[in-house]
Structure formats: C-alpha cells, structure tokens
Ligand binder design. Structure first.
Ligand SMILES: NC(=O)c1ccc[n+]([C@@H]2O[C@H](COP(=O)([O-])OP(=O)(O)OC[C@H]3O[C@@H](n4cnc5c(N)ncnc54)[C@H](OP(=O)(O)O)[C@@H]3O)[C@@H](O)[C@H]2O)c1
Length: 421
C-alpha cells in the first residue's frame, strides 16, 4: 500500500512524504479496508509534530478519519458474525487514515449513509458525534435555545450549526472572515458575527435590533432586564456585544459551543442558566476562566471529550450515532467537505452578498467535476495531504478538508490538484 508514514516528528506538514509500505495485516477481530477518501483533522497537525496527547510509538502512519470499502472481514465466531461484508461501503477512524489501506475493529466503522459519497462520509466519524454530543449530551439543547457556535465554518463548527438548527435552536455563528460567515449561513446559521479583530460583521440585509428579537423567549428568561448596549472597553473584543444584541432583550445565548478557546469573552454574552461547552483550543492557548463569572451568571461550563465515550459510556456512542443517522436520512445533516467552487457558484450567495462571495479564500478556477458529476475536492492523492494540512492550519479552508484517495495512488501528480488557497 501507499501511506504517509511518520518515522520521526516533523516541523510541519510540508516534510511529510508518501512511501510504499507492506499492506497492513488485520488482527482476528479486524477488517481490512481500501481507503477512498481521508479527512484531515486539526489534531493530525499536532500529532505529526509530537504535540498531541496520543502519540503512537514511531514509526506510525498518520491520519485518522477515512471512508472506503471492505476488502476482508474478521472470521465469524460462534457468538458473532461480522456486521459488514466484503465490498460494503464504510466510514471510520483509526490511526493510519493517510494510506490506501487500513485495518479497523467493527466499533470504529459505520455504514456510509444512503446517498452519501466517500468524500463527505470520510469527515463524519470524529466530527459529527463530537458536535452532537456537545450540544445534546453536554449542553442539553432545547427547541428555541439561542446557540452561539464559534468557528462555525470549521469542521466541528459547521456540524454544530446544522445539528443546532435541526433541533430547533436559533444559531448565532462566528467566524473570522465574511466568506466563512457566508458558509455558516449557507448551512443554516440564523445570524453571523465576525469575531476577527475589531471588524465585527453582522448578518447582511437584516441588522439585528435589541427591541425586535428574531424569536421571543419564555417569560422566565425574559424577566432579565433589557440591558442597554455598552461600549466594549479598550482591547476588549466587540463581538460579545453584537451577540447580546441578537438575543431577546439582550439576555444572552443559552449555549456556547467553543472549539477555539473563547469561554471568557463568551461569558459576557451568555444568559442566566447558560451552558458553555469546551470543545477545543484551535487558537492554541488554554484559557484560565474567572470563576466568579460562572457563579454570578449561574452558568455551567462543561467539557466534551468525545474519543473517551467509547471507553466510559459506549451506550452513549450508540445513542448519538442513532440520532445522527436520523438527521442524515432526513436531509437535515449534510456533508461539509471543503469544495472551493461552492461559494462562488451560489451557495451562500444572495442577499446582496456577491461582493463578499468574491472574497472567499478559495478560487473557483480550481473547481472541477469528478466522475459522478459532483464537484471535485481540491485535494486528490496522498501526495496532496501536506498541502491540505497546511491550508487547514492556515485557516484557508472551511468544513472538512478531505483528500480523495485513488487506489492507484501512485498515478497521481506529485502535488495532487494544484490549488492557490
Ligand atoms: N473535544 C473533542 O472531543 C474534540 C473532537 C474533535 C475536535 N476537537 C477540537 O476542536 C477544535 C476544532 O477542530 P476542527 O476539526 O473543527 O478544526 P478546523 O476545521 O481546523 O476548524 C478550526 C477553526 O478554528 C478557528 N480558529 C480560530 N483561531 C484559530 C487559530 N489560531 N488557528 C487555527 N484555527 C483557528 C478557524 O476558524 P476561523 O478562521 O473562522 O476563526 C478554524 O476554521 C480543535 O482544537 C480540535 O482538536 C475536539
């Protein structure tokens, strides 16, 4: 097989190379899978540098999320027969996703939902349940809740936007650029706010008004007095005030979904009884939160470590997937694979935002169709993984950055499809 093997830690993805390795040999309880698409994750960048909490002994094959077809099943035993057959289409996760083949135990594989392709399915296994568990299992989301999703155009963020909308919430999405805000809106966000430096940005065409909230809340919560907008102090971001203005009577949001490290400023726009979920630290720093604010606002700050649910609460893993499959089957949860042409070809356009669409980080000139007539992802072949990871780390992408992996991978050009991101 071909794979990106890490023999020693690297300084960055540009040092990764593809090599020819022996095919992996599945253990008695494992499947052998032919990988057709690999999804990148923020933590892949940390792992190749030796900075992640899970570091296998060297050498190891990088990558985690994938989708493909079953090549070989485990032997049936008296008590169990394999759930999947040779040729079945699956998505899953396990160390070694940047390869043309991998092995996986049954618990790390799921059937590809009806109508989904390998590219979209490759980005599901970690991302979708993380966002679902954060909003449902940890934050107990209810219909009508105001939900603030940070980095809403990122992998877990775009999944959270869709799940919160599907469950009846009002979604306020943050991101760093107008193009990313357009993406969040095209996946269902009700309001968007730019949290980058001082240039806050509000939903085009419908400037929010504190006196005319988009949805009234229950009287119990609206008893919190109607607060006047306050000018943020110097060096403080102004987006929390924008978010407050988007909630009824400026009462604040009920839920904060935070994959970035923005709990402290988010406390300024969280409602009484609010729930803040720590999902990640994409900005790099681990926050220290003033606990008096947690007490004064009567809020809960909770964490979510999805990967550990399989160990501590396997029954919750099954519940989460059952509910996610319902959302996917009903069309309320769509794939989020990064396809550069989408913004410029209309998704997220409209409402007088053509000017913003032109500032999308991805040029439509590189978009092309695959064999199914669908838009091609910009990264094809294992050789394009270093560039895909670089673009992910540089915040030049949205959604899930997925690499299509042809089984005759060595037929690909050295850089995959060239992209100027
Ligand atoms: N808790 C769990 O179980 C779990 C599971 C999966 C992932 N995670 C974590 O969740 C976080 C997000 O993961 P993801 O897969 O959604 O990543 P992603 O697709 O790369 O998205 C991260 C987003 O964070 C924003 N961001 C803000 N400051 C940034 C900075 N300094 N550098 C890079 N990005 C920055 C970017 O959006 P803007 O440009 O719009 O700011 C970017 O799109 C990561 O920390 C990851 O480890 C946690």
């Amino acid at each position: 097989m071909r794979a990106i093997q890490v023999k020693q830690y690297v300084k960055g993805p540009s040092e990764l190379t593809v090599s020819e390795l022996p095919d992996p040999i599945p253990a008695a309880d494992e499947y052998l899978v032919a990988i057709h698409a690999s999804a990148t994750n923020f933590f892949d960048l940390l792992q190749i540098q030796g900075k992640y909490q899970l570091q296998p002994p060297l050498p190891w094959v990088a990558g985690f999320e994938f989708a493909g077809t079953i090549l070989q099943t485990p032997q049936a035993t008296k008590s169990r027969s394999p759930r999947f057959a040779v040729g079945d289409r699956v998505f899953g996760a396990g160390q070694g996703g940047y390869a043309t083949k991998t092995t996986a135990k049954e618990g790390f594989l799921r059937p590809i939902p009806q109508g989904w392709d390998f590219v979209d399915a490759a980005g599901l296994f970690v991302t979708a349940p993380t966002s679902y568990a954060a909003l449902v299992t940890r934050a107990d989301i209810k219909r009508g809740d105001y939900v603030l999703v940070h980095a809403a155009a990122g992998g877990v963020g775009l999944a959270a936007v869709q799940i919160a909308k599907a469950l009846g919430a009002v979604v306020i999405a943050t991101a760093s650029t107008p193009a990313k805000l357009d993406i969040a809106k095209s996946y269902g966000a009700d309001h968007v706010v730019c949290y980058h430096s001082s240039q806050n940005h509000r939903k085009a065409g419908s400037p929010p008004s504190p006196s005319t909230p988009s949805q009234p809340k229950s009287s119990a919560l609206s008893t919190t007095s109607s607060k006047k907008p306050s000018k943020p102090k110097r060096n403080e971001p102004s987006w929390p005030d924008e978010v407050l203005s988007l909630t009824p009577s400026r009462r604040g949001v009920d839920i904060v979904f935070d994959p970035v490290g923005l709990i402290t400023p988010s406390l300024k726009c969280t409602a009484w009884n609010g729930r803040l979920v720590v999902v990640g630290f994409a900005a790099g720093a681990i926050e220290k939160v003033a606990m008096n604010r947690v007490l004064l606002k009567n809020v809960s700050v909770t964490g979510l470590h999805w990967g550990q649910y399989a160990r501590h609460e396997p029954q919750t893993v099954e519940t989460v997937w059952r509910e996610l499959f319902k959302l996917m089957e009903s069309g309320k949860f769509k794939g989020t694979a990064f396809k550069p042409g989408i913004v410029s070809e209309g998704k997220g356009k409209g409402e007088g935002e053509g000017d913003k669409a032109s500032s999308t980080p991805s040029p439509s000139s590189i978009s092309k169709k695959n064999d199914d007539g669908k838009e091609e992802v910009p990264y094809v072949g294992l050789n394009s993984i270093p560039e895909a990871l670089r673009a992910l780390g540089a915040r030049e992408t949205w959604g899930k950055v997925v690499v299509r992996v042809p089984q005759d991978d060595d037929a690909q050009t050295p850089q995959g499809v060239k992209s100027k991101l």
